[in-house]
Design a protein around this ligand. Structure first.
Ligand SMILES: Cc1cc2nc3c(=O)[nH]c(=O)nc-3n(C[C@H](O)[C@H](O)[C@H](O)COP(=O)(O)OP(=O)(O)OC[C@H]3O[C@@H](n4cnc5c(N)ncnc54)[C@H](O)[C@@H]3O)c2cc1C
Ligand code: FES
Length: 282
């Protein structure tokens, strides 16, 4: 059992949680993730590490309540426990070492890129952060981003904060002004795809963290299969970071929709993914 020791609602549907998991905190590296199961009957869901405290033995998670399990998770309170936490999973982020590092986060991605930015800044590398959100009230982790980046841009779709537009509008400005050595983008697939398309003609190495559907998280079940550079990869084991210029995004989007009927039923509280709805083949 892993106890929740801190909780802060960042928006009405997004929680920052600190969870006891000393063995994972001891080994965690930037870019890695965990898989949690809230109770004996719960499904397993992957969550990025947005930070850790090795001395206190805790992990920091940013959880967006988008469906059955994530909504259940953000309803937990300090003192409640999570049944299983498995990790750290996946490969750590590896980036080319020279030039400015740009980290881009949409949604929970604003938390997920922080460990990489923190490490780069500590190594003396110029680091620029870009956070994208629909509106000002949904901008996540801005203060934390400012602590680990030399410069931070916020973009909002409605212009209520920062640049009116998308993260790619801010990235265009940075590309024009800076010598970028690498870009790391974590967030919704359309965002990661747009970032990759923008950097491609500039030949800027670009890495994206693929949010494929995961079950075991160890490369055994095949659920998270993605195609990168024409080759099949397992996002949980080979990734989650991949070269954004060679990802087959159409296939990823298609596979993310595989369990929509079950997800809709789970949302309706009619069942918990143990249904008589036929499961799509992996
Ligand atoms: C490596 C990785 C890191 C992630 N990090 C975070 C994070 O830090 N914070 C956060 O809020 N979310 C994160 N996610 C997404 C999170 O795992 C899903 O939002 C969650 O599984 C949805 O479950 P649900 O029951 O709440 O919603 P559902 O209604 O079941 O699903 C909503 C959508 O989430 C996706 N999803 C569903 N089940 C899974 C699954 N088992 N694995 C992956 N995606 C799934 C699907 O696209 C689905 O359409 C991450 C995903 C991956 C792969
Ligand atoms: S989650 Fe099963 S192979 Fe990746």
């Amino acid at each position: 059992m892993n106890r929740i020791v801190y909780k802060q609602m960042l928006t009405p549907t997004t929680a920052l949680l600190q969870v006891e998991a000393p063995w994972i905190a001891r080994k965690a590296q930037p870019g890695q993730f965990i898989i949690v199961r809230l109770d004996d009957e719960g499904e397993r869901i992957p969550l990025s590490l947005s930070g850790w405290d090795r001395a206190a033995g805790t992990l920091r998670l940013i959880v967006q309540g988008v469906g059955f399990t994530t909504k259940q998770m953000i309803a937990l309170e300090v003192g409640d426990s999570i049944r299983d936490v498995v990790g750290p999973l996946g490969q750590r982020t590896h980036l080319p070492p020279d030039g400015t590092l740009v980290v881009i986060g949409g949604g929970y991605g604003a938390g997920a890129v922080l460990p990489t930015a923190r490490e780069a800044r500590a190594a003396g590398r110029r680091t620029v952060g870009i956070i994208g959100a629909r509106t000002r009230k949904l901008v996540l982790m801005e203060e934390e981003m400012r602590q680990v980046c030399n410069e931070v841009f916020v973009t909002t779709d409605d212009g209520s904060q920062g640049i009116k537009g998308l993260v790619t509008d801010a990235l265009s400005q940075v590309i024009a002004a800076d010598r970028i050595g690498a870009v790391l983008a974590v967030g919704p697939v359309p965002m990661m795809r747009a970032v990759s398309e923008l950097t491609r003609p500039h030949q800027i190495p670009t890495f994206v963290s693929l949010n494929a559907i995961m079950v075991d998280g160890t490369g055994m079940c095949g659920g998270c299969r993605v195609t990168v550079g024409g080759q099949s990869k397992f996002a949980c084991f080979d990734g989650p970071d991949f070269d954004g210029h060679t990802v087959n995004y159409d296939e990823l989007i298609q596979r993310q929709k595989m369990y929509k009927p079950q997800e809709a039923m789970a949302q309706d509280h009619e069942c918990r993914l143990r249904t008589d709805v036929p499961m799509s083949p992996v």
